[in-house]
Every structure is written in C-alpha cells, then in structure tokens.
Design a protein around this ligand. Structure first.
Ligand code: PBG
Length: 328
C-alpha cells in the first residue's frame, strides 16, 4: 500500500464540503423515533425532573405533537403511559382496558390525521402495582407463560386502537411468537413487531421509571428477565429467536454502551436493527451540558450519528425533535 506522503488522509478532511462528500454515514430526521410520555388530564404538560426538557403530555396535546414531528420528518412516535395509581394492580389488568391511556393516545394521534407511525410498548410495568413487566407468583418470581398470555391481550388491545408497530419490551420468553400468532388470527397482518430483542438489565432506565411512575413501586431488579450486561453471544441468540418467532425488526437497548451488540446483530442477521438511547443516557448528556462540561447539540449529533455508523436503521431518542430541528 502506498503511504505518506503520497497519501495524506487529512486532504479529504480539509474543507466542510469535502468532509460532506466522503461521509460514510448521514444522520437524517428519518432515522429518529420520538418517545412520548402520556398522562391524564387536559391541556396538561408535566415536566419530568430527572429528564430535563422532557414532559408528559395529556392525550389532547398529542395530535399537535405528532403533527409537529411529522412536519420535521420524524417517521414514528413511541408511546408510554403514566397510569394513574388507582388503575395499577397486581395483575396489570389496566393494560387490557380498551380505554386506557395508551389506547386513547393512539386514537387521538390517528384522529389528528398526523402522517406518522405509532409504536406502542408491550410490557406490564406501567400498569402493575409492583412495577415489574410480568406477573408475580406468591414467591415474587416473575412467571413467564402466564405473563405472555396477558402481554398478548395487551398487544391486541393496542393493535385494535390503531398501533402500527407493537414493541414488546418485557423480555419474557416466547412472547413475540405468541403475539404474532394472535395478530394474524385477528387479521392484523400489517402490524409490525419491533422486538426489544437484546434488552439489558440496566442502571440507565432510572429516569424512565420516574416518567411512567413505576420506579417508586419496583421491588428488586429485573435481572431474571432482562439480559446480563456481561453477555454478547446471548444477544445473538435472543435476536435469532425473535426473528424466528415473527419480529420484523429488532432493538438493542440501552444504546451507546451497547454499540458492539448493534454491530454484531447487524453483521450476523442483515435485518433492520434499532437502538434505544435510553433515559439515563439522555439525562447524562443534559446534565453534562447544564454543567458546562460539553456542548449539548454537538454531543447529541455525535451520539446519534454513532448509532447509524454502528449499523442502526434508526434510534429511539428523547432528542428526536431537537435533533430533527437542528438537522432541518
Ligand atoms: C418497560 C420499558 C423500560 C424502558 C422502555 N420500556 C424500562 C424498564 O425496562 O425498566 C426504558 C426506556 C428508557 O429508559 O428510556 N419495559
């Protein structure tokens, strides 16, 4: 191989136009999925203390948010409800209520006419009085198959409300296949499943649990169902299972500390891979920027481009609107 001085890699970096010309990765608003937290009431915007810049919105405000996102070129929203305490129970039955916050949110966005995809999260934690994603037995173990039955009901409930993408984040075994079978049986042939396939038990979900109000209830951790962050081969097995069970795309979560997983999954399976830049990652960047430690927008663009470089088709990020505005 020829070398210096025949080759000077700095030549192509010397001008902005030249850097743009050789860029291997381009971030665009079409790569972003915007998570929104939903709360009760009317005209209500509740700031979330641990996620500066993010608020829960009441259902009546979602149509406008969806239209704004669509106008910015964001292709999809991800919805998360903060269920009122009175509607939480041991069995998470509110997840099956066709009039729960999630379903009302989906219908409000549909009715607004916003041209945008709607992703709904399947897991019981926003609905249970113990904050776990599945059901507990009398020894406080999370039971798999009985949980899957409820999750299937939850997914159908969301599909009937008009969800486009069902995203199971619960990490129970076999749930993708069970949900796919039920969707087919009910005629929801076009409803996609984006499986949270490699979801790790992570400290970075803390602020999210404040946002959906499950943190205060959660006893113990989620290590018997979410993955051990020491593992990477296991992520490939999880992805293989979810694809075999009928997932259209898969997700890796959290995001930035797990880009090695994204790359392995992309190389192995050649399917659409998404990552979730989770609440703790968002909060870290916001806190660092607020402390004057780094420039927020520059860091935001760098992290989101890194997801794409690692192989992501798109990223769920609380920066979605700000990023799309910045790119626009
Ligand atoms: C619920 C769920 C969680 C997140 C998305 N869906 C939290 C958890 O598993 O405890 C985390 C998202 C974030 O931190 O931004 N199953």
């Amino acid at each position: 191989m020829t070398s210096y001085p025949a080759l000077r890699p700095r030549r192509s970096r010397a001008h902005a136009w030249s850097r743009a010309l050789v860029a291997e990765t381009v971030l665009s608003p079409a790569d972003l999925i915007w998570p929104l937290f939903v709360t009760g009431g009317k005209g209500t915007t509740e700031p979330i203390a641990t996620m500066p810049g993010v608020s829960r919105l009441s259902v009546d405000l979602l149509g406008a948010a969806a239209k704004e996102a669509a106008a910015l070129g964001i292709p999809a929203l991800a919805l998360f409800p903060n269920t009122p305490a009175a509607a939480r129970s041991d069995d998470g039955a509110e997840a099956l209520n066709p009039d729960n916050l999630m379903c009302r949110a989906v219908r409000a966005i549909r009715d607004s006419g916003a041209n945008i995809g709607i992703l709904t999260d399947v897991a019981l934690d926003p609905y249970t009085s113990h904050g776990h994603d599945g059901l507990l037995d009398d020894r406080h173990r999370i039971v798999n198959d009985a949980s899957v039955e409820v999750l299937v009901g939850q997914a159908l409930n969301q599909a009937r409300a008009g969800a486009d993408i069902i995203a199971p984040s619960d990490m129970m075994d076999g749930r993708v296949g069970a949900i796919r079978t039920a969707l087919e049986a009910d005629g929801f042939y076009d409803v996609q499943i984006m499986a949270y396939a490699a979801k790790y038990a992570s400290a970075f979900y803390g602020p999210f649990r404040d946002a959906v109000g499950s943190g205060g209830y959660l006893k113990g951790d989620k290590k018997t169902y979410q993955m051990d962050y020491a593992n990477s081969d296991e992520a490939l097995r999880e992805v293989a299972l979810d694809l075999a069970e009928g997932a259209d795309s898969v997700m890796v979560k959290p995001g930035l500390p797990y880009l090695d997983i994204v790359r392995r999954v992309k190389d192995r399976f050649e399917i659409p891979v998404f990552a979730y830049q989770v609440s703790g990652e968002y909060a870290m960047l916001q806190a660092a920027a607020a402390a004057g430690v780094l420039d927020r927008d520059t860091a935001m663009l760098e992290t989101l481009t890194a997801f794409k470089r690692a192989g992501c088709s798109g990223v769920l990020t609380y920066f979605a609107r700000d990023c799309a505005r910045r790119l626009g």
